[in-house]
Write a protein that binds this ligand. Structure first.
Ligand code: COI
Length: 354
């Protein structure tokens, strides 16, 4: 399929890198493509970033049939632009589509569309350390219909946002609130899918955490309220003794691409890495024994987010000395070196764009 390109006649002013926060500014253009049962995915186009006109009865607004991805484009010091593991995000979007009864799309075509859009917007990719161009592919259900069933029509769009750090804390340790009152997802549900409702379901507990001075919620499993699943919108890792532990993917945890990158990098360093069930009690016992050295979250938006404090019931623990630990620091440095093109791309994770 040929992608039609219509350029804006009123380009926006670019922000300064130093003023970038996360997800608040959008570039001049977006990619759009539609689906209907007769034509399949059709009418791919890059056009000026603009509101989506849709009926108030559009199914996505009522039943949440929406999936999305988050990935980043980086500018190297030579001025080139590349993406980090885009094929993995595109594959995961199609896997989300299958689970949410959304028609699959051609992955090679989606990657090409993404690259064409970023090429057009290359001057929007910020270059300072810690900044990038966040890419948000999304698919929404557009049938104007009230009644619970899968939509027949969809819109696939990609928008771009120049970003700085996701958390106000930047790379400094965040405070985590463990909740037993709410769960994010249960096995058999859609916790492993990047679908909008999972994030809506996390808001109430997130607000509770914020009101109490905590940045993010640490989610326990939805069945026994015992095993650690995720932290906020990230996967979670623990360094206990000399072992790096993360909850195994069990159907209610998002299979994070940064999670996978952390595991691969740590394994390449011959670190003992374990994916298994890990209970909140085990974390607190390890802290008691002095073997809990570090805790950190991983995600595309936040990269590596060290955890400084965890509160569970009435117990509050400080991890290590409350500062960024050596494993979190080393992983952050290696990941960002790969992402900005300063380290050799031995795992073939980089996709050149410009
Ligand atoms: C990401 O890490 O890219 C996400 O999609 C999480 C989102 C809450 C920003």
């Amino acid at each position: 399929m040929q992608i039609d390109i219509k350029k804006t006649t009123s380009p926006k002013k670019h922000p300064e890198d130093k003023d970038l926060s996360f997800g608040a500014i959008f570039t001049d253009h977006m990619f759009n493509m539609d689906y209907n049962p007769n034509k399949g995915w059709h009418n791919p186009r890059i056009e000026p970033y603009s509101p989506i006109i849709m009926e108030p009865s559009s199914m996505v607004l009522h039943y949440g049939q929406a999936i999305f991805e988050g990935l980043k484009a980086y500018k190297t010091k030579e001025g080139k632009v590349h993406l980090f593991r885009p094929k993995d995000n595109i594959r995961r979007l199609n896997s989300s589509a299958r689970t949410m009864c959304i028609p699959e799309f051609d992955e090679a075509f989606a990657l090409d569309a993404l690259k064409q859009l970023i090429r057009l917007e290359k001057d929007w990719v910020p270059k300072s350390e810690g900044t990038s161009l966040y890419v948000r592919p999304t698919i929404i259900a557009t049938d104007p219909f009230l009644g619970v069933r899968a939509s027949n029509t969809y819109r696939f769009f990609i928008i771009l946002s120049p970003v700085g750090a996701y958390y106000a804390e930047g790379f400094n340790p965040v405070k985590i609130w463990v909740t037993k009152n709410h769960v994010r997802a249960v096995r058999g549900g859609v916790g492993h899918v990047k679908t909008a409702g999972n994030y809506a379901a996390s808001l109430y507990a997130g607000e509770e955490a914020h009101k109490n001075g905590y940045t993010q919620v640490l989610w326990l499993d939805g069945v026994e309220l015992k095993y650690v699943e995720e932290v906020g919108s990230m996967n979670i890792f623990f360094v206990i003794g000399d072992e790096l532990i993360t909850p195994m993917l069990n159907g209610s945890i998002l299979p994070g691409i940064t999670r996978d990158s952390v595991l691969a990098i740590a394994r390449s360093w011959n670190v003992k890495v374990t994916e298994r069930k890990i209970s909140i009690d085990e974390i607190f016992e390890a802290h008691e024994k002095g073997t809990l050295k570090e805790v950190f979250g991983s995600g595309t938006a936040a990269v590596i987010s060290p955890v400084g404090v965890i509160k569970y019931d009435e117990k509050i623990i400080t991890i290590g000395d409350g500062n960024v630990g050596p494993v979190s620091m080393k992983l952050y440095k290696e990941l960002t070196a790969l992402q900005y093109g300063h380290a050799e791309d031995k795992m073939s994770w980089i996709e050149p764009v410009v």
